[in-house]
Write a protein that binds this ligand. Structure first.
Ligand code: AGP
Length: 603
């Protein structure tokens, strides 16, 4: 997710903006920029890479009078990380920074281009500043022009805009992406996309609500909602920066589990329309000549690929296989050019996955990356890329990256099914409805978290865990076991439920913990009988299901059982929190578990 800062006052504007952006570095970014308006003059500086590059560019620039400024750290969602795509974006006499995704940017861009506007960047953000200036030229009133601009935008946004047409004000709008505005005791104004950027500066803040917009000046904060003036619900700003970066959570991993609802909204944004799936990143003939999909990845990314291989076959009726990259590299694989080679990677730098990609490229296969980091090695090498838009993932144990990988590939399976006409309109509509409910499905309710925290005390010993599931819940069982292993250091296996009787059931006794994923919509009777076999041999069972199962020693009832994928995502959250709470009880470093690295860039 991008970072946004703003300031109005007499202090050193550049330093305040850059310091604020530094407090937002934890959100991850690949470029940064600022724009400062002082005495009717606007200056802007942008740099790709880390903030130090921006500091180098601005080292000889300083302000000495009252002024205002906006700043931005960009995590690429539309367009590569380049200076042209970095924010702030310039019109003729205005600058804008934006966090979120403007869903209707393409039609707005076409209209603006038809009226003679020339775009410099590939971003959705740039339409905002050109639309504002077009409206201003027609209305000749900055606030009315800004209001009309915001009314036209669809999607998620947190916007700051400065303009020579109104050089004493910063205009702001918030919908779907976080934005906070505050002031200090002397009346200086601060903006931030997280309160981490305001701690130590503002003394009281307003957490803007969706639909809020307005402007700030030396005279204060002027807030509107639905064209009506809105009161200022100011709160004192306290707390420390690190807890702010964790949004008040104990660990980054916990924050990232709770963020899944928001980032899945970003993943879906602009790709799921009322009656179809759309990927701007894929051209019309993307799938021509392809009769097979081969997925290749490591760790959690392998698990998401295995889960979605079921969907590619079921929805798109296309033969799919999944390979572990470190195995694929050395098995002397047979590859055919009618295969789409899909690599999945959160970091885009995993050595084994990167080398497997090189092998596929060398064999002449078409390649697609499902990745969270634009401009990474894997993205740069792949023919096509679908970004997962999860924002930076700091917890070594991957959570929101897994969730967004599954979401992207679920949408891709439907996109291919549309292309191959293997799905009816009704079935596609049902899938689209289910996709749109997922951000709600993965929201963590306090009662659920508390229940898992309580029952986790019973799973701190024993001679191991079996996470079992069927169909696409088998890869979810693998992922649940991996999460637990990574951060609790307890032994856990993910296993196909139907395979337990072929050996592993010999392990069953009261000290063997079985975490059973029992969805209502996917072979429930089969998984139920598998779990009954384990219960009969005294295995300690934690059943996760929408249907009551009285043979379980512990039972977590799921709520969203209207679609297999709703059950998948809800059970995903439960297994993530279970691993987290067991690790906490064992006193482990949840975010930085022993022996592990966030990105395995070596063999
Ligand atoms: C997942 O929790 C682990 N951190 C690890 O298995 C990871 O998924 C694997 O190393 C692949 O990383 P990538 O997605 O960045 O390629």
């Amino acid at each position: 997710m991008c970072g946004i800062v703003g300031y109005i006052g007499k202090d050193a504007i550049k330093d305040i903006l850059v310091d604020g952006l530094r407090e937002l570095e934890y959100r991850g970014y690949d470029s940064a920029g600022i724009a400062i308006l002082e005495e009717d003059e606007i200056q802007s500086f942008k740099a790709i890479g880390k903030l130090k590059n921006l500091e180098e560019k601005t080292k000889d620039f300083s302000t000495h009078h009252f002024g205002l400024g906006i700043g931005h750290t960009r995590w690429a969602t539309h367009g590569k990380p380049t200076e042209l795509n970095a924010h702030p974006h310039l019109g003729e006499f205005s600058y804008v920074v934006h966090n979120g995704i403007i869903e209707n940017y393409q039609e707005l861009k076409k209209e603006l281009q038809a009226s003679g506007v020339h775009f410099l960047s590939q971003t959705d953000t740039e339409v905002i500043v050109h639309l504002f200036e077009k409206n201003y030229k027609e209305i000749n009133d900055p606030m009315a022009a800004f209001e009309k601009t915001v009314e036209t935008l669809e999607g998620a946004y947190a916007i700051l805009l400065i303009t020579k047409a109104d050089p004493q004000k910063i205009y702001f709008a918030k919908n779907g992406s976080p934005m906070i505005v505050g002031n200090d005791a002397k009346g200086d104004i601060y903006f931030g996309s997280s309160d981490a950027a305001l701690i130590g500066k503002a003394t009281e803040v307003i957490y803007l609500a969706d639909g809020d917009y307005g402007y700030t000046s030396a005279d204060g904060i002027f807030l509107y909602h639905d064209k009506e003036k809105k009161g200022l619900n100011k709160k004192p700003l306290i707390g420390d920066k690190v807890s702010a970066q964790k949004n008040g959570h104990r660990f980054f991993m916990e924050k990232e589990i709770y963020e899944q609802s928001e980032v899945l909204g970003d993943t879906i944004m602009g790709r799921v329309l009322d009656d179809q799936i759309k990927f701007d990143e894929l051209d019309a003939n993307f799938f021509d000549g392809i009769s097979e999909i081969k997925i290749c990845a490591c760790g959690t990314s392998y698990n998401s690929g295995l889960a979605c291989s079921y969907l590619f076959e079921r929805q798109a009726k296309i033969k799919s296989s999944v390979e572990i990259a470190s195995e694929f590299r050395y098995k002397e694989p047979l590859m055919s050019k009618d295969t789409l080679f899909v690599v999945i990677s959160q970091s885009g730098e995993t050595a084994d996955t990167l080398e497997a990609l090189k092998m596929a490229k060398k064999a002449g296969l078409k390649t697609l990356a499902i990745c969270n980091v634009d401009n990474s090695s894997i993205v740069r090498l792949s023919d096509y890329t679908l970004l997962t838009r999860a924002g930076i993932e700091k917890g070594v144990a991957s959570t929101k990256a897994f969730a967004t990988q599954v979401m992207v590939m679920w949408m891709l399976s439907l996109y291919i099914a549309q292309h191959k006409k293997t799905i009816s309109e009704k079935a596609l509509q049902d899938e689209i409805d289910a996709i749109r409910h997922i951000p709600t499905t993965v929201m963590v309710e306090d009662a659920l978290h508390e229940k898992i925290k309580r029952l986790s005390k019973r799973y701190l010993h024993g001679h191991g865990f079996f996470f079992i599931g069927r169909d696409l819940f088998f890869p979810l069982a693998l992922e649940g076991a991996l999460k637990l292993k990574e951060i609790s250091y307890l032994h856990a296996e993910g296993y196909p439920a139907g395979e337990m009787k072929h050996g592993p059931i010999a392990l069953a006794d009261s000290e063997l913990f079985t975490i059973a994923l029992m969805p209502k919509n996917v072979h429930y009777d089969k998984i139920k009988s598998n779990v009954e076999e384990l219960s009969a041999r005294d295995s300690t069972i934690l059943a996760i299901s929408p249907l009551a199962f009285d043979l379980a020693d512990d039972f977590i009832k799921t709520q969203h059982d209207n679609h297999p994928m709703s059950e998948f995502f809800e059970m995903m959250v439960i297994t993530q929190i279970l691993a987290l709470e067991i690790s906490v009880r064992l006193g482990n470093d949840v975010d930085m578990p022993r022996n592990l690295a966030k990105s395995v860039t070596v063999e």
